[in-house]
Ligand binder design. Sequence first.
Ligand SMILES: [Zn+2]
Ligand SMILES: [Zn+2]
Length: 213
Amino acid sequence: MKSTKWQPEAIKKSDVIKAAKFWNSQDSYAPFRDSNSYDVIIGSMPYPPKAIASKAHEIATGKALKPSDFPGARDGLWHRTLKALGFPIVEKGSDDALAYEVIKRLKESRDARLRRLAKSTSAKPMRTAVTVNRFIRNPDVVAERLYLAKGKCGDCKKPAPFNRILDGAPYLEVHHIQPLSENGDDTVENTIALCPNCHAEVHDKRRLEMTSE
Ligand SMILES: [Zn+2]
Ligand SMILES: [Zn+2]
């Protein structure tokens, strides 16, 4: 859909960063609120994509967007615009979204956090329904990679830290070098067997790569 009303192409990376600074300086930015479904990641911190897109559009063109200017959130015009500028969109409730939210909370004051913890009334987490597209991984690829690994991590070369209780085999995790979500192949060649430490480190680095250019 071609729109003359909006000029997403006018938004520059620096406009998005300015919009994030603006959001930080406000207690609220009516009519936008924290988003329920997605965050956009700017400088390792999560922000509500609609509010950021609206403010960035205003900085770039002089015209703010209204909530009604956001038809269809997922992979809609504004998500695509932010992503194209190098700002990842993460789904609330995902491990990535939690990781960024924790980074933010660690930067904020501990007093405020302790007040929130004291006030929180429920020890049971909220639930949300999400639509997930899962990849059906080929078990032969996993088995063959584990066989080739001979019980050693493909990165640090150390032996697996423990044996799986189910069958006594060395516990290693089979990781896709080019992620399946980025069109990587589910082949033995595109996998590496990693110990849990190295696997966590690889995904931590990937988050950083997502966050910077
Ligand atoms: Zn390792
Ligand atoms: Zn992995």
